[in-house]
Design a protein around this ligand. Structure first.
Ligand code: COA
Length: 374
């Protein structure tokens, strides 16, 4: 039988700046009004369509998002810029993704009762990795003085659950003894803050999780991984075309045409049934009834989406404790979202309690872990 694996710690880095919906709407409204003024003649003769201004009430009603944290605020709120100021760093400086990983890893290792030099595998899973190589994970490995090996992987919003399964597999087959999964998400840099359909969706954050074999674990709090399950199905409904081939394209595209875009309604309609079935099959495989699951730590993209998934799985609407919401404060932090929910909303659970951590997003990609508190 393969050895039992446990989560022994988690950590969260929350960026220093918060932006409310009102602040975001105010800056985009200035930019939209300016654009409309500058193009008044074309709008009047029908060659261009006037741009519509955003609305803070719509944002909260459509998504449940009230604010988001970002690594840099002034550039996003500058109507002439609408993107963060993130200056280039020298090779001798810590990269931004490594920098935001360090507080998260420190907190997670403290919970696990582990020193950094005991870590022998680091996986950075994120929707966007700030360079092709050297891997950010290898940079973090050096920064904290860990041994073993490290690598980056990208499965969009499911990067955390996919990395966790990779960590679980490495522990079960003996190639690692102490795995740290990191999810540094700088979604503010892949978001187009000039588009009213998208400007409110994302926020930045970094999460960390420590995984070990149960026989080795020393943490006072441990979560046994009863089962992991990953699933993918190709879809163009969420795309990010930014990549190393862009400079070779004959027709140059605006960088903001290349980054995140989605057909939100379609995603909603297609992903909800997929995730519902995924969770039902996952629970069925371990013979656990949905009613016996104390907590669903779901991916945090849209409040209605999460309520609908939980309602279909449970047969009734979940209460706030059963499917906790963090997207009101953090917005969509991509792969970090479900881990933030796990990190912030598990203290009240007791030994034997069951939970499901589940992510879903571009790809499409869905990943989940069934967890039991020891
Ligand atoms: N302010 C005011 N109006 C806005 C707006 C804003 N910021 N953004 C969009 N609108 C408008 C649209 O232009 C549209 O106007 P129209 O009817 O005149 O065309 C209207 O509001 C409805 O837009 P729609 O896109 O249909 O809204 P929605 O209810 O689907 O909500 C999302 C949009 C993105 C919040 C929602 O579709 C969603 O969250 N989907 C799931 C996405 C997801 O999970 N993605 C995973 C990403 S990792």
């Amino acid at each position: 039988m393969s050895p039992s694996v446990v989560i022994t710690g988690s950590g969260l880095f929350t960026p220093p700046h918060s932006i409310s919906n009102d602040e975001l709407v105010a800056s985009l409204t200035v930019a939209v009004n300016r654009w409309n003024d500058e193009h008044a003649a074309e709008i009047a003769d029908g060659t261009l369509q006037a741009r519509a201004v955003p609305d803070a009430e719509f944002i909260e009603k459509a998504s449940g998002i009230k604010s988001r944290y970002v690594m840099e605020k002034s550039g996003i709120l500058d109507p002439d810029r609408l993107r963060p100021h993130l200056p280039t760093r020298g090779e001798d400086e810590l990269s931004l993704m490594a920098e935001m990983s360090l507080p998260a890893i420190e907190e997670a290792l403290a919970q696990a009762g582990r020193r950094a030099d005991e870590v022998d595998c680091i996986i950075v899973g994120a929707s966007n990795i700030q360079r092709a190589y050297p891997a950010v994970a290898v940079e973090v490995q050096q920064a904290i003085g860990a041994g073993g090996w490290a690598y980056d992987m990208n499965v969009a919003c499911s990067s955390a659950t996919f990395s966790m399964q990779a960590g679980v597999d490495a522990l079960r087959n003996g190639s690692a003894n102490c795995v740290v999964v990191l999810n540094p998400e700088i979604t503010s840099a892949h978001n187009n803050f000039a588009l009213r359909d998208h400007h409110f969706i994302f926020g930045d954050a970094c999460t960390a999780v420590v995984l070990e074999r149960a026989d080795d674990a020393v943490a006072p709090e441990q979560w046994e991984v009863l089962r992991t399950r990953l699933e993918t199905k190709f879809s163009n409904s969420i795309r990010n075309d930014f990549g190393f081939l862009n400079p070779c394209e004959d027709a140059e595209r605006d960088p903001f045409e290349l980054v995140f875009r989605q057909r939100g309604q379609q995603v909603f309609k297609e992903v909800v049934p997929m995730v519902t079935r995924h969770i039902e099959e996952q629970l069925g495989a371990v013979q656990i009834a949905a009613a016996d699951v104390r907590r669903f730590w779901l991916h945090q993209a849209n409040l209605k989406m999460n309520q609908l998934i939980a309602k279909q799985v449970l047969g009734r609407l979940p209460d706030q404790m059963e499917a906790p919401v963090i997207l009101d404060r953090y917005a969509n932090t991509s792969s970090a979202g479900s881990v933030i929910a796990f990190h912030l909303h598990r203290d009240d659970l007791v030994a034997g309690d069951l939970g499901v951590l589940c992510s879903f997003g571009a790809g499409y990609s869905i990943g989940s872990l069934v967890l039991r508190k020891r």
